[in-house]
Design a protein around this ligand. Structure first.
Ligand code: AMP
Length: 178
């Protein structure tokens, strides 16, 4: 748990039992709907917290789909480009693919093979870190492509699910640890 920025909580809707019973879904739609909250989010997510994640970033990698929203804001603010990590079959051309386990079943993430150059320093951005499995897959994807992960940034982190530990030793920072 941490203290969130004062503008953030009112822009996060808690939706019980979505998309399935038992899940407390954190809906960031109100955040994206507000121009001022969106600007503050861009500034806060791009802040250098001294953990090394923001040092010499070459590119931001956003995770499909809501990570595209936050990731693009951060890339724009840092003045770097953006790479989309997508679900299988969405990207044309040759891809790198990493599979990962979900609570029920499995999924994969892909990036285009020419999206990253060897040695690129890559900041990974998503909207929510829950178990950390998705962000961990993104880290492995960057590794596979020869890049270096500088860190992981998210708007929200569900700390009880322990995602941060799964992502060690990479620095993880979220605006609100709930
Ligand atoms: P995980 O792989 O468990 O860390 O799950 C993270 C991914 O699932 C992120 O891309 C989130 O968009 C989404 N997600 C998981 N749990 C929630 C939740 N309670 N509310 C909103 N999004 C969630």
């Amino acid at each position: 748990m941490n203290t969130p920025p004062d503008w953030l909580p009112e822009h996060v809707a808690l939706v019980p039992d979505f998309p399935q019973p038992g899940v407390q879904f954190r809906d960031l739609s109100p955040l994206w709907r507000s121009s001022s909250a969106m600007s503050r989010c861009a500034i806060a997510l791009s802040e250098d917290t001294g953990d090394g994640a923001m040092t010499d970033v070459d590119v931001v990698l956003g995770i499909e789909a809501r990570g595209f929203l936050a990731g693009m804001l951060v890339a724009n603010r840092l003045g770097v480009g953006f790479v989309a990590a997508r679900k299988p079959g969405k990207l044309p051309g040759e891809v790198h693919r990493i599979g990962y386990a979900l609570e029920y079943g499995s999924d994969s993430l892909e990036i285009q093979r020419n999206a990253l150059s060897a040695g690129d320093r890559v900041l990974i951005v998503d909207d929510v870190i829950a178990t950390g499995g998705t962000a961990d897959a993104a880290i492995r994807l960057v590794d596979l492509a020869g890049g270096t992960v500088t860190g992981v940034r998210a708007v929200l982190e569900l700390s009880a699910l322990g995602g941060r530990a799964k992502l060690e030793p990479h620095p993880v920072h979220s605006l609100w640890e709930v």
